[in-house]
Design a protein around this ligand. Structure first.
Ligand code: 4AD
Ligand code: MG
Length: 465
């Protein structure tokens, strides 16, 4: 007998086929006529399939009538047209085999709805709920679309390392990687930790970004992207920060800030457009249950003419004359806070916004210094609901300028000799950006907390599962 997923068995073309379905019971309803309806879900789509189990099945009394939420089953039967609403097909069962029971007294996911906070404590079971199943499918589709976007444009997919000795963002928010014994750390004669005895002969960390190594490949192969987990030991307990998150980072040789912004915009449009065509049912679910503006917003991004583009200086002027009382004051030179970003994209401009040319003093060493000497060729893309989703820049390609910049920011140019070599040998204008995958999943699902869009969130104090 042919195995069908619930998704396949729900299609009208499946009618008449003999099929084997495997999944988990969501509900059982016994009919007065002496038979039962089982709702089975296998994760292949949001919807369940209805199984009709007749009373004359050999295990009807002993097993079928004991089934409850969470039990795992194999059903063999015929796909038939269904008279029920919300479904075209159902399965007339010829056999129902039970693999595993789930004691209703103990299995936490009963019909009653649980808060997302509660479900975080059951991260091992929450993918069996409608919401987390839908998040997982949307996240997976986004990753496929990320790859297809770059593949179609002839970008090479490059794997940058996770363990690194450099701090790309220069913020010192890195997790240390060591095999030294914390209870018995070797010391040098002047009392410092002797990293010469550590695994890599030097201090090493989990990467905060693949950009520096991405630049190496871009300045050889033209257009590349890297896509992987990144780590930040920033102690921010917000709904938009994780200690471990996924970032996709394209990097292009012979590329200006303008072209970088163009690509970022096309990228976001592609992702929203593909999702609308590939994940319609899941998005409709989020629109119904989580955020009733969602489909509208995604459609707007996919179809929008051009994102609003304004310089940091213009953004500050807009915020200053807004009359809003922000928690953090707005002054030229200060970083834009989440509240400022969201005000710009949600209240004033009401669409995606790209802010560019930020003050040099608040940005990392690698960004290209503009002719005004005060600002750098940086850009952030802001989206309604999430704020900053993309950060990027044109890179400083002048050796003397970048060396001076590193010293200014307390970095040792010797430690980055290989990065500086890219400026020494055949330097080119180049640019790139990073998109935080989880913030993108938040944007396309409307999920309020970033902990609910990654399977196993890592945040201060949390590393269960
Ligand atoms: O703006 P960021 O720090 O930029 C970089 O790391 C650059 N090296 C990227 C590049 O140019 N190649 O981070 C990029 C994006 C942010 O816009 C945000 O979406 C996401 O990564 N991000 C986080 N997402 C979740 N939790 C955190 N703690 C994040 N920090 C940044
Ligand atoms: Mg940023």
């Amino acid at each position: 007998m042919e195995k069908l997923s619930v998704r396949e068995a729900r299609q009208p073309e499946a009618i008449g086929r003999q099929a084997k379905l495997q999944g988990w019971i969501r509900t059982r309803r016994d009919s007065k006529g002496g038979f039962s309806f089982l709702e089975v879900n296998d994760g292949s789509c949001l919807a369940n399939i209805q199984i009709v189990a007749d009373g004359d099945l050999p295990n009807y009394q002993t097993e079928i009538k004991q089934l409850s939420a969470g039990c795992s089953v194999t059903i063999c039967g015929t796909v038939k047209p269904s008279g029920g609403k919300g479904q075209v097909t159902e399965i007339q069962a010829k056999s129902v085999q039970v693999h595993g029971w789930a004691d209703p007294e103990e299995f936490p996911l009963q019909k009653k709805r649980h808060s997302f906070e509660k479900l975080r404590e059951w991260a091992h079971l929450r993918p069996r709920t409608n919401t987390f199943g839908a998040v997982a499918r949307v996240r997976s589709q986004l990753c496929q679309s990320i790859h297809s976007f770059f593949h179609e444009r002839n970008f090479l997919y490059v794997h940058t390392p996770i363990i690194t000795a450099s701090d790309c963002e220069g913020a010192g928010e890195m997790f240390r990687v060591t095999t030294l014994d914390p209870a018995n750390t070797p010391r040098t004669s002047d009392g410092k930790v002797d990293y010469a005895q550590d695994f890599f002969d030097r201090p090493t960390y989990l990467t905060v970004s693949g950009q520096l190594e991405g630049e190496i490949y871009a300045t050889a192969l033209g257009k590349i992207y890297t896509f992987g987990p990144t780590f930040r030991a920033e102690n921010s307990n917000t709904s938009r920060h994780l200690a471990e998150f996924w970032m996709v980072e394209p990097e292009m040789a012979f590329c200006t800030l303008q072209e970088n912004m163009d690509l970022a915009e096309q990228f976001l449009k592609h992702l929203c457009g593909e999702l609308l065509s590939q994940c319609g049912d899941d998005l409709q679910f989020f629109n119904d249950r989580i955020d009733d503006q969602l489909l509208q917003r995604l459609g707007d991004v996919a179809a929008s003419e051009q994102f609003e583009r304004l310089s940091y200086t213009e953004a500050v002027a807009l915020l200053e004359k807004s009359g809003e009382s922000f928690d953090y004051p707005v002054t030229w030179g200060a970083n834009l806070q989440a509240e400022h970003e969201r005000y710009l994209t949600e209240k004033v401009l009401c669409r995606p916004v790209i802010v560019y040319d930020y003050p040099a003093a608040i940005k990392p060493f690698y960004m290209k210094v503009n002719d005004d000497q005060q600002t750098v060729a940086a850009m952030d893309v802001l989206l309604p609901g999430v704020g900053e989703i993309i950060g990027g820049s044109q890179r400083e390609d002048r050796l003397d300028v970048i060396e001076a910049k590193m010293k200014e920011q307390g970095l040792q140019p010797e430690d980055y000799w290989w990065y500086l070599d890219l400026r020494r040998f055949g330097t080119v204008p180049h640019a790139g950006f990073g998109l935080g995958l989880e913030r993108m999943v938040q944007f396309v699902t409307g999920m309020a907390n970033i902990r609910d869009v990654i399977p196993f969130p890592r945040t201060p104090g949390n590393a269960e599962f």
